[in-house]
Design a protein around this ligand. Structure first.
Ligand code: NAD
Ligand code: GLY
Length: 367
């Protein structure tokens, strides 16, 4: 698997189509790319946070200024706990103060938290202005920046307030991962392993062979995983933009994972770590219901261990699990939806899993 140095994937969605540009070292060319996309406007708002801005805001501002952009900025507090309507309101205030007009873009510079919030602000301000995603974490480069899911959290549930709103461009510079904390890198790895599990068994095997290189940020391997992940994400989004069907498979591990995040008040696990734990639960449930062999959970566990992801399911009683999962926005009516596996690379949506099966699953993880 050898990828060219730079590559553009086109997400074809009719009037909402856009490019995903992947190229090591492309950050300084952002201004030129945004200028080509929006030749007739001059102002933009960069949304970032107080960790990413000191690292990359200058480069982005300079690049935009060189292409004739007047940049305003809105720097949010870092962290999932600030993925709130209050922080979203700060972006709104900045948009109002900058008086951006309809065609002028928001530039989201950060990980999934910044990207989701800036995207949602762009979706709402003046009923929609363009949003350019510049993802700076592995998770955001392989998943959240593509596909147009935007949201903020509510005390009653994660990402409960949001919109489908596609970006106008996704600009991915893998070199930005060099400053990422190792724990954040591993959380992103959990999200990309997902593509192997739901639709690409060959990719899963390739990851088993290349995990050490990925953790060491080998440039060829990083490039390969971003390319493969963006291709999968784009294909799924093109087939099912608003999650009426197969896009739900991308939520493998998320029903349990979101419950873990909410039961631990978003403080103990990173999103990708919670998804990893949730995926182990989904794999075991698949085996307990007779859909998959127990080898599937064992293989996933083995790869997660190599990536130093958490493997121990937190202990809560079944009532707490069911209550937390009952709030998940992916549910249909009162039914909790589970993404299960038939085997490696083969996932499906199950809506008829009874409560007794979930109680049995949870007790099988009780220590
Ligand atoms: P994050 O945005 O909180 O970023 C993780 C940490 O890394 C933060 O402290 C951030 O400031 C820091 N950081 C970002 N880039 C950096 C860099 N280059 N160098 C150093 N530090 C850097 O978390 P995340 O894992 O990127 O995203 C998680 C969020 O994404 C969750 O809120 C989740 O719900 C959301 N998400 C959305 C989608 C979607 O489709 N929209 C998909 C998956 C996850
Ligand atoms: N990350 C899940 C989705 O985009 O649908």
């Amino acid at each position: 698997m050898n990828q060219p140095a730079s590559r553009i994937y086109r997400v074809e969605l009719g009037p909402r189509s856009y490019d995903i540009h992947i190229e090591a070292g492309c950050l300084p060319q952002l201004g030129h790319a945004v200028r080509q996309l929006f030749p007739d406007v001059d102002r933009c708002l960069i949304v970032s946070n107080d960790v990413v801005a000191p690292l990359y805001l200058d480069v982005v501002q300079q690049s935009l200024a060189e292409s004739g952009w007047t940049c305003h900025s809105c720097i949010l507090k870092d962290g999932e706990q600030y993925k709130t309507l209050t922080a979203w309101g700060e972006i709104m205030d900045a948009l109002m103060q900058a008086r951006l007009s309809r065609g002028e873009p928001v530039i989201a510079l950060g990980g999934g938290v910044v990207g989701d919030m800036a995207g949602f602000a762009a979706a709402c301000y003046r009923r929609g202005i363009p949003c350019v995603q510049v993802p700076t974490t592995l998770l955001a480069q392989v998943d959240s920046s593509v596909g147009g899911k935007t949201a903020v959290n509510h005390p009653h549930g994660k990402n409960m307030i949001g919109a489908f709103y596609q970006p106008s461009l996704v600009w991915i510079d893998p070199l930005l991962l060099g400053t990422l904390e190792p724990r954040q890198l591993r959380a992103g790895i959990a999200e990309l392993i997902k593509y192997g599990l739901i639709r690409d068994a060959v990719f899963f095997t390739w990851l088993e062979a290349n995990m050490d290189g990925l953790l060491a940020l080998d440039s060829g391997i990083v490039s390969e995983v971003i390319h493969t992940s963006c291709r999968h994400k784009a294909e799924v989004v093109m087939a099912d933009e608003t999650e009426q069907g197969m896009r739900a498979l991308l939520n493998l591990g998320h029903t349990f994972g979101h419950a873990i995040e909410s039961m631990t008040r978003y403080t103990e696990y990173l999103h990708g770590e919670a998804v990893a734990l949730g995926t182990l639960m989904a794999a075991r449930l698949s085996a307990q219901l007779g859909y998959a062999s127990t080898d599937v959970e064992a293989s996933i566990r083995g790869l997660y261990a190599r990536a130093d992801l958490p493997l121990i399911i937190p202990q809560f009683d079944a009532g707490a699990w069911l209550d937390a999962m009952g709030h998940d926005k992916k549910n249909v009516g009162n039914r909790i939806r589970y993404i299960l596996l038939r085997g490696m690379g083969d996932a499906f949506v199950a809506e008829q899993v009874d409560e007794a099966a979930i109680r049995r699953l949870i007790s099988s993880f009780t220590v």
